[in-house]
Design a protein around this ligand. Structure first.
Ligand SMILES: O=C(O)CCC(=O)C(=O)O
Ligand SMILES: [Fe+2]
Length: 270
């Protein structure tokens, strides 16, 4: 087992500091939510009427391109506003739907606490400078998007080319970008999270999704993490990462980005 992948029974400030300072590569908290809730939410998302494609945003020649990596979503994603004006339908849609989407999951989970409500509270309690829903545009954003991979035939796409997530928006100043993933359904074989222990990529650099660039060939040996159902995994998304291919069943996680501001306050968003 890689010594930079830390498994613990709870999130601690010390472990978060180590992750944010790049001393550890991933923080794993098994059984973060119950099997009961994982199963209930899996059924809820698989049958959700608003399930839609969740493309990855790629910066190509200074333009944002959205690429289908075989991931669908329930919930709204900030990247749907990229390249659009502040008064555009895309902006309005994102901000109008953010809080209702959070409340919908809260209601579905009641009387249990919703996974991202729990995470937000715990982060705020544990992290001295505090944690809250991001408000990059002066408005509350979405947290806890559901990432539903139920098109296994497309899952080779997230394996083929590692990616990194680094917010490009001007005016948003964060010194690190991380993500929290809570896994509610996993395929028996495959679907591992693959991580590379290299320095975070500066946000002004981009890796083209081109067949001429084989990032896997350049990168050192990767580390695989096979999350269990109910597990929380926090990673540094500015480091290259990928999801391994799987051939049957589905893989569902609840996810948000965590940005560390210059004053150390944590901003959480999708
Ligand atoms: O689904 C996963 O395991 C990784 C998700 C991911 O790419 C991210 O959180 O940035
Ligand atoms: Fe990612």
């Amino acid at each position: 087992m890689n010594s930079k992948i830390i498994t613990n029974d709870k999130i601690t400030e010390d472990l978060l500091k180590k992750l944010f300072n790049e001393e550890i590569l991933a923080l794993r908290i098994p059984n973060y939510i119950s099997n009961y809730l994982s199963e209930k939410l899996t059924n809820f998302y698989l049958n959700h009427p608003k399930l839609e494609c969740h493309p990855h945003d790629l910066k190509v020649n200074d333009e944002i391109q959205l690429v289908d990596y075989g991931v669908d979503r329930v919930g709204v994603s900030y990247n749907t506003t990229f390249g659009h004006l502040k008064n555009s339908p895309n902006y309005k849609n994102y901000f109008n739907k953010a809080i209702p989407a959070i409340r919908e999951i809260r209601q579905e989970c009641a009387p249990n606490i919703a996974p991202f409500d729990k995470l937000r509270l715990e982060l705020d309690e544990i992290w001295s400078p505090g944690a809250s829903i991001a408000n990059f545009e002066g408005k509350k954003m979405h947290v806890g998007i559901a990432r539903i991979m139920k098109r296994p035939e497309k899952s080779y796409m997230v394996e083929k080319q590692p990616h990194y997530d680094g917010l490009q928006q001007k005016g948003v100043k964060i010194r690190g970008q991380f993500s929290a993933n809570i896994y509610i359904a996993m395929p028996n074989t495959g679907g591992e999270l693959e991580l590379w222990d290299v320095p975070g990529i500066p946000t002004d650099q981009f890796i083209e999704d081109s067949s001429e660039i084989n990032w896997r060939e350049i990168l050192p040996q990767s580390v695989l993490v096979k999350p269990e159902v109910g597990e929380l995994v926090i990673i540094n998304t500015r480091k290259p990462h990928a999801v391994r291919n799987f051939t049957e069943n589905y893989r569902i996680s609840l996810q948000s980005f965590i940005g560390v501001k210059e004053d150390e306050h944590l901003m959480i968003w999708n």
